[in-house]
Design a protein around this ligand. Structure first.
Ligand SMILES: Nc1ncnc2c1ncn2[C@@H]1O[C@H](COP(=O)(O)OP(=O)(O)OP(=O)(O)O)[C@@H](O)[C@H]1O
Length: 254
């Protein structure tokens, strides 16, 4: 069955309705013994600018596969992945890499910060290596660290930061390239409750302020109400979209 999940049918007042992320009938198969396993089965998902979708579902249901395909890190077996209006199926690997760098921000569970670099350097390095002048990279990095509440910690190295602060650096780093799509994998997995709440709150604010289309894999259904829609995965497919309140009161995600 193919279900289209459209987050946010209503555009922000005064702006055109845009969907930076569209997956259309996406299937992803992996070899499995003599046969294949369908990690994704005809998944269709559209996320509008400034909207945030929670992606929930049991282990092995395909959440990471969906993020990997949406991030253009894995090409689907069939179906279309359209990022910022560009159908990625027609792109060569080099073009795909360039599109990913320009339009997609990826936030993994573990920040993977470089031990020897300060917070501001963590943000600057990739931006500078992609050809941006150091001064501009530094100025943008400092602005973003301020935005995520780390203005005072720009000179600190990872071991001097808390887990929540490291995740904030991770989020700021993902915003350096001005992405249109933000893909977030279990951002609160290693954090206590208070820090988890503030990280999800920050992702909500970033989605609004930067008007990115955000998909967040989470097992923390408590934070789902902060998002605009919930996509539930089962056996590689998406079930119908459900609003957060309905999902929780129906007990679907417990
Ligand atoms: N590289 C791979 N090779 C073969 N099978 C894979 C590969 N990656 C994922 N799978 C299979 O695809 C299916 C979906 O896996 P996926 O990791 O996307 O699920 P998930 O919902 O993210 O699970 P979890 O919550 O445990 O991370 C599973 O059956 C998994 O075993």
């Amino acid at each position: 069955m193919s279900v289209t999940t459209t987050a946010a049918l209503t555009p922000t007042a005064g702006s055109a309705l845009t969907h930076p992320l569209t997956l259309s009938n996406v299937t992803l198969e992996y070899p499995d013994g003599g046969g294949t396993i369908k990690a994704l089965d005809s998944v269709s998902l559209r996320v509008a600018a400034g909207r945030m979708v929670s992606l929930v579902g049991p282990s092995g249901s395909g959440k990471s596969s969906l993020l990997a395909v949406a991030a253009t890190l894995v090409r689907p077996t069939s179906g279309d992945v359209i990022i910022d209006g560009i159908n990625t199926g027609g792109l060569k690997d080099k073009e795909l890499t360039a599109l990913r760098r320009e339009t997609v921000g990826i936030i993994f569970q573990q920040p993977n910060l470089l031990a020897s670099l300060t917070a501001v350097e963590q943000l600057m390095i990739g931006h500078h290596l992609r050809g941006n002048p150091l001064k501009a990279a530094r100025s943008r990095a400092l602005d973003l660290l301020d935005l995520v509440g780390l203005a005072e910690s720009a000179g600190k190295r990872p071991h001097q930061l808390s887990g929540g602060q490291r995740q904030r650096v991770n989020i700021a780093r993902a915003l350096m390239g001005s992405p249109k799509v933000l893909l977030v994998d279990e951002p609160t997995a290693a954090l206590d409750h208070a820090r988890s709440a503030s990280i999800v709150g920050l992702l909500r604010r970033v989605t609004d302020e930067f008007q990115v289309a955000t998909v967040m894999v989470t097992h923390d259904t408590e934070f789902v109400p902060l998002t605009d829609a919930v996509a539930v995965m089962r056996d590689g497919g998406l079930t119908a979209p459900v609003v957060p309140g309905a999902l929780l009161s129906a007990g679907v995600a417990e």
